[in-house]
Design a protein around this ligand. Sequence first.
Ligand code: PMP
Length: 285
Amino acid sequence: MSRLIFMNDRIVPEHEARVSVFDHGLLYGDGVFEGLRSYSGRVFRLDAHLDRLWASAKAICLTIPLSKEVVAQAVNDTLAANNLVDGYVRLIVTRGVGSLGLDPNRTRDPQVIVIADTIALYPKEHYEKGLRIVTAATQRVQSAALSPRIKSLNYLNNIMAKLEGLQAGCVEALMLNHKGEVAECTGDNIFVVRGGRLLTPPPDAGILEGITRNAVMELAHAAGIDCREATLTRHDLYTADECFLTGTAAEVIPVVDIDGRLIGSGVPGPITARLTRDFHALVRG
Ligand code: PMP
């Protein structure tokens, strides 16, 4: 099926949606992106995704050539053009065409691209039985080297860890920061339940501050579940009562085994189930 793609100022057929081989997005991974989802025809937390995109762009001194209002409209128009009611949106801003050198000042025409597609979830069984994950030897990149809060087109750090997970037969892998503390998974944030309290690493552990993560923290507060950011070690994970991951694509997914240790009794727990239900109600609400 050929899709319709938004490119800068209009929607074009997929075969016309082309980027130059001189675009620094391709040459250096120099650009930023967002992954969004629409539920029943409404994009979940569109403003938060746009704010994060603009923050990522600001951090790399990239001026997005369109306003937030125009990009929001482009996201909705691209979903509509592809007849998608429940869909996944990839919003990309590249640095644009330049010389072969790194210099971003010698580039022009950042490309603003919106791709809308159906969403390929993890198999249903993973949501029912929970995931098995392993810790990757690849550490999350240090904030002093490159802030993980920038959602950039350079995802090799995460891909290296994802490869380790896949080689161990897992669809996700846990990443630690340079201090050996729990950061996040390759494309998802992590939560644990310990003694009825919900815990998740703080942004300065070296994570992307997930929009699903923030929504789940709000839902926990609303449900009267004590939820806080905390520095976590692998020991805290191994000895947790429950564990789950959050992300736009994955939504809320239980984890029942980490590095061969069963979490709790090895089945998804009640707080995970409660927050999963609340999350589904929220996104369709
Ligand atoms: N961490 C990383 C590294 C990610 O790529 C993502 C997916 N964007 C997340 C966490 C989850 O963020 P969100 O809930 O905003 O999708």
